[in-house]
Design a protein around this ligand. Structure first.
Ligand code: GAR
Length: 201
């Protein structure tokens, strides 16, 4: 008997910009035993650098411009249709800078994760590094969490920490946290994907 090939979760990554986290996921998924297969990258911004990077890596890359739609939900219905057209089972947001409606979150319930540049539950929303510095924190970091209707509110799958030094600026902290994100996200997606695959057994 030939050994059975482990199933990989058909995964899409949603981006809005440079796509460094997305590329970390694409690179991790080059390993045949990684539990997720990155089949599709979608950006709400057609000019996103990440679209070019995904395409160059041989991953199908699509732009769905949110400005072409009158409501958030109309945009998300198009997004949902594209995910379904590509037979996607799981969605990882990686620098996707649109707030998702309850409609989309319910539709992808327990199949939708996000990376956020703070140690959640601290600093939900924007300007996380600036807020950590202003608060005098000595530790910052990033978290990957399940997406629920409250923005950045779902349970944390995994996180990475970075020590804040007295010399740190918003930019230096952002750079060091991003370096940890690129290690964190592939690990957290693997955890989440194994969890989903185990639920399907
Ligand atoms: C990352 O730092 C990510 O954590 C953050 O945007 C950056 C995207 O960079 N996400 C958020 O702020 C979500 N609220 P990338 O496009 O190079 O991966």
């Amino acid at each position: 008997m030939t050994p059975s090939v482990p199933r990989r979760l058909r995964t899409a990554v949603l981006i809005s910009g440079r796509g460094s986290n997305m590329m970390a996921l694409v690179n991790a998924a080059q390993q045949s035993d990684y539990p997720a297969d990155i089949r599709l990258v979608i950006s709400n911004k057609p000019e996103a650098e990440g679209l070019r990077r995904a395409d160059a890596a041989g991953v199908k890359a699509l732009a769905i411009d949110h400005k072409d739609f009158e409501t958030r939900e109309a945009f998300e219905r198009e997004l949902d249709a594209a995910l379904n057209d590509h037979n996607i089972e799981f969605v990882a947001c990686a620098g996707f800078m649109r707030v998702l409606t309850n409609w989309f979150v319910a539709r992808w319930d327990s199949r939708l994760i996000n990376i956020h540049p703070s140690l959640l539950p601290k600093y939900k929303g924007l300007h996380t590094h600036r807020r950590a510095l202003e608060a005098g924190d000595t530790v910052a970091g990033a978290s990957v969490h399940w997406v629920v209707s409250e923005v950045d509110g779902g349970s944390v799958i995994d996180h990475e920490t970075v020590n804040i030094t007295p010399q740190d600026t918003e930019d230096s902290l952002m750079e060091r946290v991003l370096a940890r994100e690129l290690i964190l996200y592939p690990r957290a997606l693997a955890t989440a994907a194994k969890d989903v695959l185990a639920r399907q057994l």
